[in-house]
Design a protein around this ligand. Sequence first.
Ligand code: SF4
Length: 468
Amino acid sequence: MRKETKEYNFNWMLWTTFLAASHMKNGTEKEYRSALKYIPSFNLVLEAILSSGEPGQKFLEACAKYTENITFAKERGKKTAITTFCFSPALFYTMDITPVCLEVLSVMMTFIYKRGTAEFLDYCNEVGFTETSCSSQRGSIGAYLAGIGAEVDMFVTDTPGVCDTNANAFSFAAAYLKKPFFQLDMPPDLTGQRSNEYHREDYRALIRFLETHTGKKIDYERLKENLLELTRQDEIIAELEDLARIVPCPLPVSYNFMVYASRFFFAGTPEGTVVLESMQKIARENAAKNISGLSGGVEKLRAFFCYIDHYAQNMQFWQMLDQNGICYQGNILSHFWSHNAPYVDLYHKEEAAYNISMANPDALIDSMSMMNSRMPMVKSIRGPYDAPNMWLEDTLALAKLYRADFIVYNGTPGCRNTWGMVKLLARDTEKAGYPTYIMYSDAFDERVQSWQATEERFMEFLKVRRLL
Ligand code: SF4
């Protein structure tokens, strides 16, 4: 890692960037336009976010708040936990722990910095990670391993049995930094009595671990408040998912990302709800006027992404879809499997969904464990790809629900568990009538394939398959 990079605290750097971004519209439109010229590496993504109006503004404020919380956690007397996107942070907020979600920080770094996450990715290899480990953790954990991230108290993750790449990254880093470490395990079956009991008991062990390392007992009143807020968030997400079924889709391309990022940042807290509420307001207005969320106003195609997004600098991925009239009908990260989500009812998937009950302390903990076990990725990639409630079934159900014209896979080269089955998945989705495109780029590292090459190949697929 360059000496210059080590001069800056990683979390402070992200916080000040998002704080400044959230103030960009405080002045006049002329001042805003003039200021954009001074941030050539960030102006496109800022424009894409802020042009969505109030939701974009609220989203930038949420990003600033999330990074501020990490930057000043120690000064404010908070414990910190390094965690993963598929672990719901709602429990951390209940227990007064500041979550430090690696994948979220890697995404932030990827799309705002021209140099991307390369130095952090490579630093991990210098200290012993394999080059084939997932870039989504390496893109930020490198900063903590190099000692330029916030002070960390513990590691908590939940990917053993689902993604060994992810699980190994956290266990390596916890051992390297000599920090306490806890992993929830995910059995290969999502449903059934044995799995449910396992999820619940495992979650109780996690709470005991957190109580030991914070020195505080869980506060059930606070847990209830977080679950109430979570229920409100679930209702809004369910409505947004329902609105996205309308043709033309009233949701702008950026909404999908803002939905799941808000949930990864602030599950069960009002900071996440305000972003979702502002998206709900605009989506309702667009739907009432029967207008498309695309900036050109004309919907030509509807795409479903069966895995994750591409976070290339400046979010050029959004612009590619928007400029070509392609609606973004969601990906695996944007679905949380609450009982009121439209796909649960439509495809009779009640067993795969979670319900929240606040009847007594036990019910509160069980609700949290069920919700956590349905988080993106740990829900649908834990078992064979074509088993019930797993990747193929979910992909086909969601593509059908959103009337997608085609399906796209995008991930990272280190994602061994999805690469091991994606060709079989694509064969089956093609058989079901969906042209399916497998992207060979890295969502977090443009050195694997430049954005220009990625875009060209994507457009070639649409042309060859006569979609556009
Ligand atoms: S992207 Fe793939 S390798 Fe990375 S955490 Fe997800 S499943 Fe694991």
